[in-house]
Design a binder for this molecule. Structure first.
Ligand SMILES: Nc1ncnc2c1ncn2[C@@H]1O[C@H](COP(=O)(O)OP(=O)(O)OP(=O)(O)O)[C@@H](O)[C@H]1O
Ligand SMILES: [Mg+2]
Length: 237
């Protein structure tokens, strides 16, 4: 039997306790997350699995502080981040988190380079430096030939890779990615997967990745499945 050592508590990057999220639809409650408990360790790669509609994107949005929970706690390195006001929360996100949305949310009328440069400009990096960083990460996702193509003219898979590059341009501590390989052919998917693993090895990038892709889930350090609004830790799956 292989003993799996638990990382020490001081390496917990994000702590989730009794997390609840209820939406209201036509006056009726939709109880999506009903008490999620989860520790995410610094430098780990974690897959989030689960059936469609179970609340994976909802959990990721709350983890990324894009949405506030109905109840429970979310602590980043011990800090209750939802005590921050919206302005400070936006600055925290910009500095710490790279987010890949399930449906991209790119600016379609701007080119790939402009889309990826945007977070660096928001972070007040000089224009030239921001562009250098954007170009370098676009090359790493395989879009060297598409830098100045308008996003609306790119294929679904290319747009997804622009979204991955935009999430990574500021070298975030944590990558939160919602189906980052969902639209990709096997070769492009493998490239994105390799990039995430390389950044994890190179600089300890912590990644939480929602995916239906079993191959991707398998190469990550741990897997959890959302079932009935709660996180279930999978052993050896
Ligand atoms: N703003 C909202 N208002 C009302 N209900 C919502 C809202 N956002 C999400 N939901 C509901 O919450 C549930 C979970 O949605 P979520 O998008 O988190 O699922 P998911 O696990 O990411 O699904 P998929 O695998 O299809 O992407 C769904 O039933 C959805 O209809
Ligand atoms: Mg989703």
């Amino acid at each position: 039997m292989v003993a799996v050592a638990s990382p020490p508590p001081d390496q917990v990057k994000i702590q989730i306790r009794r997390l609840i999220k209820t939406f209201w639809s036509n006056g009726n409650p939709v109880e999506v997350l009903t008490g999620v408990d989860l520790d995410i360790y610094a430098g780990e790669t974690l897959a989030v699995l689960g059936a469609s509609g179970v609340g994976k994107s909802t959990l990721l949005h709350i983890l990324g502080t894009l949405e506030r929970p109905t109840g429970g706690e979310l602590r980043w390195e011990g800090h209750d981040v939802f005590t921050l006001d919206d302005k400070d929360l936006a600055a925290f996100r910009n500095r710490k988190i790279g987010f890949v949305f399930q449906f991209h949310h790119l600016l379609p009328e701007f080119n790939a380079l402009e889309n990826v440069t945007m977070p660096a400009l928001i972070a007040r990096l000089p224009q030239i430096r921001a562009q250098e960083l954007a170009e370098a990460i676009l090359v790493r996702v395989g879009l060297k030939e598409r830098l100045r193509h308008r996003v609306s003219t790119l294929s679904g898979g290319e747009q997804q890779r622009v979204a991955v590059a935009r999430a990574l341009v500021l070298e975030p501590e944590v990558l939160l990615a919602d189906e980052p390989t969902g639209n990709l052919d096997p070769r492009s998917g493998a490239r994105v997967q390799e990039l995430i693993l390389e950044l994890n090895r190179e600089r300890g990038l912590t990644s939480v990745i929602v995916t239906h892709n079993r191959d991707l889930a398998q190469v990550l350090d741990r897997r959890i499945t959302l079932i009935d609004g709660k996180a279930v830790i999978m052993q050896g799956v």
